[in-house]
Design a binder for this molecule. Structure first.
Ligand code: PLP
Length: 389
């Protein structure tokens, strides 16, 4: 066996279980099985045509050199206008840094805040990569169990009682992955007060903004200038594979973020940045709005159907494209359940363990990133499988 070195952090960062599930689903498909995919965390719709056209036009000029590390000024200006129009907040384009997806934005933000021994607070269940970014930076994580009583979100009280002298930041996400729940804006103000009072910083993940079905969406920037806002063209704009997102960076951290970006990524992909310039056109808006309505239709269909199957959803998902369901009426081992559901019924859903440890074996996540027809087929198969259990 080789004695070449490998870091401790290499063993701290675990793969998603859903990736194993997806690989198995693909293998079954290669053998001729039909699989209903309700595990995938990306829109099934293709990138809107005006965005594709803008990307192709940029590539065909041959001008695919590096942009500035913090991104194309024209794109920052479009984003700045977007904050004004959507939330009524004025954001200086220089404070917007274009990143390779919001993943790049999360890494840059946390690189400013986390160091060995320092701790980040986050909700469990929550987006799995968040804690891994912190481990990657040799930081620590306090995952706080949340449930329907707080709409699966942290609260000012939870932040206050879990804060200690090593805590530096809180990661919030609204809408959340996996629960699709929002943070109420009056409660958000309370959280901001607690964190600012402790001289900490909030990293706010707004990647599912745009995919909110009834409520009005608020950006944290309406309440404070002192938060990192992480966002992306991946989900609402349907650009997952283009790898382009952004971060709104508090003034104090701008030089650090620029330096990190220059050294770690050089820049976000140039064709993707040019393509994203078309994300705010009227034509694209029409397409995206129509898709949002389609996602709402899917949610409104799927939620009562899975409840009728015996899954319990105690906090109605208000956005994103996920339903996080308590499966304890059906199974006490959701990992085992999702594996068998795939093998025997040909339906892929995600086990709770991908999102933390808080009652993870009693939960599953459904993604409605497939057509109404396929959702109906999935429900039919799950029903038959459960009836036969
Ligand atoms: C809550 C949340 N944040 C961030 C990301 C990362 O997305 P991207 O890097 O494609 O912008 C995801 C992807 O699933 C997510 O669900």
């Amino acid at each position: 066996m080789s004695k070449s070195p490998i870091t401790k952090r290499a063993s701290q960062i675990h793969p998603f279980h859903v990736m194993r599930l997806l690989a198995r689903a693909r293998a079954l498909e290669a053998m001729g099985r039909d699989i209903v995919h309700m595990e995938v965390g990306e829109p099934d719709f293709k990138t809107p045509q005006p965005i594709i056209d803008a990307g192709i036009a940029a590539v065909s000029t041959g001008n695919v050199h590096y942009t500035a590390a913090t991104g194309l000024m024209a794109l920052k200006e479009k984003l700045s206008a977007h904050y004004q129009v959507t939330y009524g907040v004025s954001v200086n384009p220089n404070q917007i840094v274009i990143t390779p997806g919001s993943s790049g934005a999360l890494l840059l933000s946390l690189a400013c805040l986390v160091e060995p021994g320092k701790k980040v607070l986050l909700a469990d269940p929550g987006y799995p990569c968040n804690r891994n970014f912190s481990y990657f930076l040799d930081g620590e994580v306090k995952a706080i169990a949340v449930d329907a009583s707080t709409n699966y979100q942290l609260t000012a009280e939870l932040i206050e009682s879990n804060w200690d002298e090593n805590t530096v930041a809180v990661i919030l996400a609204s809408p959340s992955n996996p629960t699709g729940t929002l943070i109420d804006s009056t409660l958000l103000q309370g959280m901001i007060d607690v964190v600012e009072n402790k001289n900490g910083v909030i990293v706010m993940d707004e990647i599912y903004h745009g995919l909110v079905y009834q409520q009005q969406t608020h950006s944290i920037l309406e309440f404070t200038q002192n938060a990192f806002v992480v966002n992306s063209f991946s989900k609402y704009y349907g650009m997952t594979g283009w790898r382009v997102g952004w971060c709104v960076v508090p003034e104090r951290y701008l030089t650090a973020v620029d330096n990190f970006a220059q050294n770690i990524f050089l820049a976000a992909p140039t064709p993707a940045q040019h393509a994203a310039l078309a994300a705010f056109s009227d034509e694209t808006n029409l397409i995206l709005e129509q898709r949002r309505k389609e996602f709402k239709k899917r949610r409104d269909y799927l939620l009562p159907k899975i409840q009728a199957l015996g899954f319990n959803v105690s906090s109605e998902p208000q956005g994103a494209f996920y339903i996080y369901a308590d499966s304890s009426n059906i199974t006490d081992d959701s990992e085992h359940f999702t594996e068998h559901l795939l093998e025997q019924a040909g339906v892929a859903i995600t086990p709770g363990m991908d999102f933390g440890t808080n009652r993870a074996k009693q939960h599953v996540r459904f993604a409605y990133t497939t057509s109404m027809e396929r959702l109906a087929e999935g429900i039919k198969r799950i029903k038959k499988y459960i009836d036969g259990m």
